[in-house]
Design a protein around this ligand. Structure first.
Ligand code: PGA
Length: 248
């Protein structure tokens, strides 16, 4: 049985004092869950989040990293740096990074490899645009993104990769894929992993759904056969709302 993994993606929101207050309020609300709970916070909140989540079941992640270890990359943060302060997870290839920051399948793949080099657990995002969906290209797009992201990883690394299926048209729009649609896409991603790395590996891979997840639709989505939890943006900014999603 795969575990359910619920990750909050705070994006460019929350200051350190808000982070501290959030974790204080959130911790007792999720302390009894068997699901994995992750908060992916801005770089400037990481240290505060790590300190305040110590001795809780809340794991902390970053939202991006560079693939090189160090060097002349002004403004970038490496996997080694994240690991050095105790960060456990990192989001890679979020559609907003692909769209606004020129992230490509190639850089996503490099970052994924680097995440494993430095002992971070990656959450890699794939998903189609509305245009691609309307042209019937959803499955092509998401299986290609999955294949290219995972290229060159060992079976063991693939098993430890979390994939987030996030249809871009559903992110921050209030539009959610229907649970059946989302489950079908997630299944296709798992089949693609199975084709390349075998069934054993594919059955271990956690595949989340993301895109306008809220407490009112979490249960329906997360109880589908292939959806192993969610990557949650807007609704992860409020402790009570996010705790309801975690405890779906
Ligand atoms: P949303 O964002 O839940 O606000 O739609 C999800 C995401 O971008 O990870």
């Amino acid at each position: 049985m795969r575990k359910k993994v619920i990750a909050g993606n705070w994006k460019m929101n929350m200051l350190p004092d808000e982070t501290i207050n959030f974790i204080k309020e959130f911790t007792p609300l999720v302390k009894d869950t068997e699901n994995e709970v992750i908060l992916c916070v801005p770089y400037t909140d990481l240290f505060y989040a790590l300190l305040n989540a110590q001795d809780t079941n809340i794991k902390i992640g970053a939202q991006n990293m560079h693939f090189e270890e160090s060097g002349a990359y002004t403004g970038e943060v490496s996997g080694k740096m994240l690991k050095s302060i105790g960060v456990e997870y990192v989001i890679i290839g979020h559609s907003e990074r692909r769209q606004y920051f020129a992230e490509t399948d190639e850089t996503v793949n490099k970052k994924l490899k680097a995440a494993f080099t430095y002992g971070l657990k990656p959450i890699v995002c794939v998903g189609e645009t509305l245009e691609e969906r309307e042209q019937g290209k959803t499955i092509d797009v998401i299986t290609r993104q999955t294949r290219l992201a995972l290229e060159g990883l060992t079976n063991e690394q693939v098993k430890n990769t979390i994939i987030a299926y996030e249809p871009i048209w559903a992110i921050g729009t209030g539009k959610t894929a229907t649970a059946d649609d989302a489950n079908d896409s997630v299944k296709k991603i798992r089949e693609e992993v199975a084709k390349i790395y075998g069934n054993d590996v594919a059955e271990c891979v956690i595949i989340q759904y993301g895109g306008s997840v809220k407490s009112s639709n979490a249960r329906e989505l997360f109880t589908k056969s292939d959806i192993d939890g969610g990557l949650v943006g807007g609704a992860s900014l409020k402790p009570e709302e996010f705790s309801k999603i975690v405890n779906f």
